[in-house]
Design a protein around this ligand. Structure first.
Ligand code: NAD
Ligand code: ZN
Length: 231
């Protein structure tokens, strides 16, 4: 059985990482939508990097929760692929080996001058904005900001995987950030069963075959039993 997990910020909430849509996502009264953009970075790279430095500090202390771990363990039983909108790397930390990161990774940086990309795990950053080790140019986080495009190869692969799965489980995503929010619709149209785990209703709820109105960890326990019943 081919199962795709499409995950969003909600799966990491129980690991202590704030989601974007919720009061705890605010930092110094700035909305993420006003910081995670190329325009914000061009205007004030120091401000944007201070926000990332704060988020990297939180992520560095976070551990995968039961939901990440259950998904990783399922790989031993069934064909599992994770498509995540998260940049925190917690799926890989939990042991998942097939993870597509739609929006990049918070530990990767990209030089705005020479375009080289590499990992930087400094917490807190020694210098803000951080500078490229090769050319001294200003670095930016290698993540996909609002108004930017997901790298074409990753997007194409996630479309292909969504068209070819038998079950898609959507965990902790608000379903309003596109194109990621298309993927459940693509899977459904191709005949997959859709399961949603989210304490709240989303635009994906209306097409879901099973709605689990729980937090990610409790919801995943229910989901694992359901998936086993399909085997
Ligand atoms: N951990 C991270 O890496 C992280 C954190 C915040 C934002 N982001 C980025 O922000 C964008 C925001 O979109 P999004 O849809 O992923 O997140 P979102 O913040 O828009 O929505 C979070 C969703 O999770 C649900 N939720 C909250 N707590 C939950 C829990 N304990 N269990 C299950 N669901 C829960 C909410 O009801 C909501 O629908 C993403 O593209 C992502 O790149 C990433
Ligand atoms: Zn450089």
């Amino acid at each position: 059985m081919r199962v795709v997990f499409l995950t969003g910020a909600g799966i990491s909430a129980e690991s202590g990482i704030p989601t974007f849509r919720g009061k705890s996502g605010l930092w110094n009264n700035y909305k993420p939508e006003d910081l995670a953009t190329p325009t914000a970075f061009m205007r004030d790279p120091v401000l944007v990097w201070k926000w990332y430095d704060w988020r990297r500090g939180i992520v560095s202390k976070a551990k995968p929760n039961r939901a990440h771990i259950l998904i990783a363990e399922l790989e031993k039983e069934i064909d599992v692929i994770v498509i995540t909108q998260n940049v925190d790397g917690l799926h890989q930390k939990a042991g998942s080996t097939r993870v597509l990161e739609l929006h990049g990774n918070i530990w990767r940086v990209r030089c705005t001058a020479c375009y080289d990309t590499y990992y930087n795990y400094e917490v807190p950053l020694r210098e803000i904005p951080p500078r490229c080790v090769n050319c001294g140019g200003i670095l930016r986080p290698d993540v996909v900001w609002f108004g930017e495009e997901i790298p074409a190869n990753i997007l194409e692969e996630s479309f292909r995987i969504s068209e070819n799965c038998e079950v898609m489980v959507v965990v902790g995503t608000s379903g309003v950030v596109y194109p990621a929010a298309y993927l459940p619709f693509i899977a459904k149209r191709a005949g997959a069963r859709l399961v949603e785990i989210n304490p709240e209703d989303t635009p994906i709820s209306s097409i879901s075959d099973m709605k689990i109105r729980e937090k990610a960890s409790g919801g995943m326990e229910i989901c694992v039993k359901y998936l086993r019943s399909l085997l």
